[in-house]
Design a binder for this molecule. Structure first.
Ligand code: PNS
Length: 162
């Protein structure tokens, strides 16, 4: 069974890492697939996101990283992927994820499995982490250490736009 955890991961958070680890525990191996979401403006480049994920998962067995810029179902079909795994933090996530899971299944037959986010990561999002880091707030513990370092560097190199 080939399994993918898809997302923008701009950047990867501790919540994402927990989902990758639990997905790998359940399915043996997972590929984290960094996809382009045209509705979201990126902070990190695709290469930077991949590099940050590779560093963050280096101690966790069974996790590979790949990228894709087209329809997710084209990747799954071309690579023999039969399942997607995503985290669900709340009913808001459910409303967002439900139509995506259904259209993906209609288009290709791929199924989506949802893991309930560990409560200690329930409020974490990449967007929130960027907002905190942009204004110099403390992101340690909510971002992997390498990502926290990278985001601090990103914002110390750029104007904050007061
Ligand atoms: O982390 P995100 O941005 O919420 O991830 C959303 C993602 C990657 C699952 C979604 O943007 C996606 O599948 N993008 C690929 C394009 C696609 O297949 N769109 C139609 C199906 S929803």
């Amino acid at each position: 069974m080939r399994v993918v955890c898809p997302g923008s991961f701009d950047p990867v958070t501790m919540g994402h890492l927990d989902i990758f680890r639990r997905a790998a525990d359940q399915f043996g191996e997972v590929t984290v697939l960094v996809t382009v979401n045209p509705k979201k403006q990126g902070l990190f480049t695709m290469d930077e996101r991949v590099h940050l994920i590779e560093e963050a998962v280096s101690g966790i067995p069974g996790i590979a990283v790949d990228t894709w810029s087209g329809l997710l179902v084209d990747y799954t079909t071309q690579n023999g992927v039969t399942a997607l795994v995503k985290g669900l933090r709340s009913g808001i996530d459910y409303e967002y994820e439900l139509p995506m899971a259904q259209i993906n299944r209609r288009l290709s037959g791929v199924d989506t499995f949802f893991l309930l986010t560990d409560p200690k990561y329930g409020y974490i999002s990449s967007t929130l982490c960027k907002e905190v880091a942009r204004h110099g707030g403390d992101v340690s513990g909510i971002l992997p250490p390498n990502v926290a370092t990278a985001i601090r560097a990103k914002f110390s190199a750029a104007p904050t736009g007061h």
